[in-house]
Design a protein around this ligand. Structure first.
Ligand SMILES: C[S@@+](CC[C@H](N)C(=O)[O-])C[C@H]1O[C@@H](n2cnc3c(N)ncnc32)[C@H](O)[C@@H]1O
Length: 165
């Protein structure tokens, strides 16, 4: 699962770059789900960890992130340490396509069209039934959203989608 070389650097620019979910959107995303403290929530491509920290704060559940960019991972680790949720939130340096999705109760991903097809297949194959999958701006293929919400962040209007596997 862990990448030992610098291939992440190349892939980061080609496929799926860092673009953080704005705080208002994070709250809107988390308002679409209701998790309890025994649930495990994952952010695939977790960046600086803001979604995870907010989810732990809101639901007191275990929140794990997978991030390919080591700099962002370090930033996330340092942010997590500064919160009261250290122990409930963790991040690993991993390629999201190498992560086994079967343990998770809810998944957030801010996907780009470049990875939508491959990611949709992975979710379809690995997630248990009834898992909540949330996406921002981009939709999963092969799934019909259970809920869609509109949210404004600055001058931009966004859509968020909730899927149930
Ligand atoms: C659009 S950003 C979303 C960041 C964060 N989830 C948020 O919403 O604020 C996508 C993130 O995925 C990471 N990423 C790109 N390819 C990845 C891969 N194959 N495995 C894990 N992370 C990846 C990027 O470095 C980036 O941090």
């Amino acid at each position: 699962m862990y990448l030992e070389d610098n291939s992440w650097l190349l892939r980061m620019f080609i496929d799926y770059p860092y673009l953080p979910t704005p705080p208002t959107v994070i709250d809107a995303v988390l308002n679409l789900i209701n998790l309890n403290e025994n649930d495990v929530f994952a952010d695939l491509g977790s960046g600086e960890g803001d979604v995870l920290i907010r989810a732990a704060e809101k639901f007191s559940c275990f929140c794990v992130g997978f991030e390919i960019n080591r700099q962002l991972l370090l930033e996330a680790k340092s942010k997590i340490k500064r919160t009261a949720f250290n122990g409930k939130v963790d991040v690993a340096c991993a390629d999201l396509f190498a992560v086994d999705l079967s343990p998770f109760d809810a998944i957030y991903v801010y996907p780009f069209p470049t990875i939508a097809a491959k990611l949709s297949e992975k979710i379809q194959e690995e997630c248990r039934k009834g898992v909540k999958v949330l996406t921002y701006d981009y939709q999963l293929l092969h799934f019909k959203p259970a809920k869609t919400a509109h949210v404004h962040s600055g001058m931009h209007a966004h859509r968020i989608y909730l899927y149930k596997t």
